[in-house]
Design a protein around this ligand. Structure first.
Ligand code: PLP
Length: 395
């Protein structure tokens, strides 16, 4: 196995034994920002969180942005805001990270899984209408691995049935859709609420963290109460008030606050987002060229109205290649990969559930692999990955 020393953004060297599948872009900029917050003496949700929310809202063109501790927490609050409860159904995909399905279940509702499109890994809008039963209460669409889903068709179907659309935009910070002739970032939101993740596997990170965006100020107000125990005054506001404030708890809430340490890191990450996306798009274009028309593997498709942030680069293996063996042979050559995105309906809590056939979802999990792609990736590393993939697929 090859031993590699790579140099991070700040010049700090770290040893990777393999070309990793992903790697956050972090350096002194984030380190200094976190340090300043620690030394300020105020480290939980406060002014940094407020500033991160404002900057994120501006970046995605949203009226309101509310920071929380994870995208999973954001999804839970979003589902609650639109009134999902016991006995309801929420139409979504199985072929996604399991968080949304789990959040639906946690409210006593059931996910109704729809299959995906072969080439975008996103909810197949053709199948949506038939999946909506009288029990349906909401639609959760996913911009899978940063590729925008077909929002215009999904929103049209949702409107016909009077259902709210929640966008699981965990991976989609900086992804864009063409709307009325203009490129708009995901998260305006185009649906009712969008939920983002800042886990290190996503394009920008705060370690753990999430964000809710919505045009609805009433929901935004609820998110702010729910994330801090239902309290009617933020700790930072009470701390700075010249007069005594007794807080009230008018609604039931939870604790899913983001800390100021995380938000300070997030602000620096957000400033890097244009650079990160530019790098990721360049690498995605290069992969396409490297695999070329020889079609060793099937490369992902971007619709004319979609621009991915390429949070992951997912390729489909030729039929004669066994996924696990190919991944092992790549790992033996010092290249880390991941299998295709999971399917929730194949995991223990969901296997007993009735669902329509999900052939594309299952094939995508079984026949696809995610290739290394991160902003610091060199052309030489990428050439090595492409050559190894070609070799493994031709053996
Ligand atoms: C990562 C991810 C999540 C969960 O995000 P967390 O911030 O880790 O809770 C949810 N949905 C999708 C599609 C994801 O990729």
């Amino acid at each position: 196995m090859a031993d590699r020393t790579t140099t991070g953004a700040s010049g700090n060297a770290s040893v990777w034994t393999v070309i990793p599948v992903a790697k956050p872009l972090l350096g002194d900029i984030e380190g200094d920002a976190a340090r300043a917050v620690v030394l300020s003496g105020w480290i939980t949700q406060g002014r940094e969180v407020e500033a991160f929310e404002r900057e994120f809202a501006t970046a995605v063109g949203a009226a309101n942005a509310c920071a929380v501790s994870s995208c999973t927490a954001a999804l839970a609050l979003a589902l609650r805001a639109v009134g999902v409860g016991p006995g309801d159904e929420v139409v979504t995909v199985s072929h996604s990270f399991i968080a949304a399905a789990n959040c639906i279940r946690a409210l006593g509702a059931q996910p109704r899984f729809v299959d995906i499109e072969l080439d975008t890994f996103n909810l197949d809008p053709e199948l949506l209408d038939a999946a909506i039963t009288p029990r349906a209460r909401a639609i959760v669409c996913v911009h899978q691995i940063g590729m925008p889903c077909d929002l215009s068709r999904i929103l049209a179907t949702a409107k016909k049935h009077g259902l709210p659309v929640l966008e699981d935009a965990a991976c989609a910070a900086g992804s864009e859709v063409l709307t009325d002739g203009r490129w708009e970032r995901i998260g305006r939101p185009h649906g009712d609420i969008a939920c983002f993740s800042f886990h290190p596997r996503k394009v920008i990170t705060t370690g753990e963290g999430g964000m809710l965006t919505t045009a609805n100020p009433e929901w935004d107000r609820l998110f702010r109460a729910w994330r801090q125990h239902g309290m009617d005054v933020a700790a930072a506001d009470r701390h700075q008030a010249p007069a005594v404030i007794f807080e009230r708890y008018p609604v039931e809430g939870t604790n899913c606050r983001m800390t100021d340490v995380q938000a300070a890191i997030g602000r620096k990450q957000l400033a890097r987002l244009p650079h990160i996306i530019e790098r990721r798009r360049r690498l995605a274009d290069r992969y396409q060229d490297l695999f070329g028309s020889a079609s060793t593997v099937r490369v992902p498709t971007e619709r004319s109205w979609a621009r991915s942030n390429w949070q992951s680069y997912c390729v489909r293996l030729p039929n004669h290649v066994v996924q696990r063996e190919a991944m092992q042979r790549l790992l033996d050559r010092g290249i880390s990969t991941r299998r295709g995105i999971m399917c929730a309906h194949r995991e223990a809590p969901y296997v007993e559930m009735d669902h329509s056939p999900l052939p594309q979802s299952e094939a995508a999990q079984d026949r696809c692999i995610l290739l290394p792609l991160y902003p610091q990736m060199t052309d030489a590393e990428q050439n090595e990955v492409a050559a190894a993939v070609r070799k493994v697929c031709s053996e």
